[in-house]
Design a protein around this ligand. Structure first.
Ligand SMILES: Cc1cc2nc3c(=O)[nH]c(=O)nc-3n(C[C@H](O)[C@H](O)[C@H](O)COP(=O)(O)OP(=O)(O)OC[C@H]3O[C@@H](n4cnc5c(N)ncnc54)[C@H](O)[C@@H]3O)c2cc1C
Length: 273
């Protein structure tokens, strides 16, 4: 899927540690990471790759190359038994004054009731646990004048949508559609007056049994097209991101270059690293 290149050139791997663990809502665990004094806050949907030791690994071995492709080639060349797990996450808050970063993890299970390695790490985490951190920059980079901002996402996108909204100018206009598992997972988001935030709670929907993202996609399809130039940022489960893009391009007539879309995860498929 299309992602504009914005990876920072000056980044380093950081060996971070868990400072605090908080169950902030029914579906989210927030880990506050320490040791992040060097990380510059980038706002918006600032994201990172996190590296976790696999079961049976005594040490967390991080790549030494930091180039966008270099670290990954080095990772692939490392025998699987020594490779860490790698997953992408959003920095919900970056506080250089205390050297802390908050990451909000969705605690999800697959159909057999198994947690993914990242969700498992978050659920079992305690202060002192170590994990690797690689800065990935921001993904929200509209490069054209527009009248409306349209943000659409599921729960994995909530940290990114909240960060993007906090970074928008006060005169921004548009809409954010955010699907979360339960009403208890809503977070307070202070949006510009002209930006409507619509929440969808899966547990309250009669059609709520489907994979995450389906209700948000239905909501996009039920929305009256915004008149004027739109910039859309569509993130979350892959079928939501691609389905919403198709709808906006085919039914609303939004030019493809005005639509950024990123599948954050795929239903039924673990991340490949
Ligand atoms: C740029 C970016 C930013 C992201 N930011 C965040 C973030 O801030 N918070 C966050 O929680 N996630 C975020 N994600 C999504 C996260 O990387 C994936 O959900 C990841 O697959 C979780 O890893 P895991 O090890 O827990 O599960 P995996 O091992 O990858 O998957 C195991 C199983 O769980 C399923 N699965 C994975 N994620 C979910 C889910 N959320 N709900 C239901 N089933 C799931 C998979 O389909 C698979 O069947 C982001 C992804 C990207 C690309």
């Amino acid at each position: 899927m299309r992602r504009k290149k914005n990876t920072p050139t000056d980044r380093q791997f950081t060996m971070a540690h868990v400072r605090r663990v908080e169950r902030i809502s029914p579906s989210f665990v927030r880990l506050t990471l320490g040791g992040m004094d060097e990380l510059a806050p980038r706002g918006h949907d600032h994201w990172c790759r996190l590296f976790f030791a696999r079961d049976g690994q005594d040490t967390l071995q991080l790549p030494t190359r930091t180039g966008e492709v270099g670290w990954y080639l080095q990772y692939l060349a490392t025998p699987r038994a020594r490779r860490p797990w790698v997953r992408a996450y959003t920095c919900r808050d970056v506080r250089p004054d205390t050297g802390e970063v908050d990451i909000d993890f969705v605690i999800h299970e697959d159909e057999a009731g198994r947690l993914g390695p990242a969700a498992q790490f978050a659920l079992a985490a305690s202060p002192g646990d170590r994990l690797g951190f690689l800065d990935q920059g921001i993904g929200f980079t509209p490069d054209h004048p527009h009248d409306w901002t349209l943000l659409v996402g599921d729960e994995t996108a909530l940290p990114a949508v909240a960060g993007i909204i906090a970074s928008l100018p006060q005169d921004a206009r548009g809409m954010a559609i955010i699907e979360v598992p339960t009403s208890g997972d809503r977070q307070e988001i202070r949006a510009p007056l002209g930006l409507e935030v619509r929440w969808i709670h899966r547990n309250e929907s009669s059609a709520g049994g489907g994979p995450p993202g389906q209700l948000a996609l239905e909501a996009v399809k039920a929305t009256v097209p915004l008149r004027g130039v739109v910039h859309a940022h569509l993130i979350g489960e892959s079928a939501l991101a691609t389905g919403a893009r198709r709808h906006l391009v085919q039914e609303w007539g939004v030019p493809k270059r005005n639509v950024d879309f990123v599948g954050y995860w795929r239903h039924g498929r673990p991340a490949t690293t």
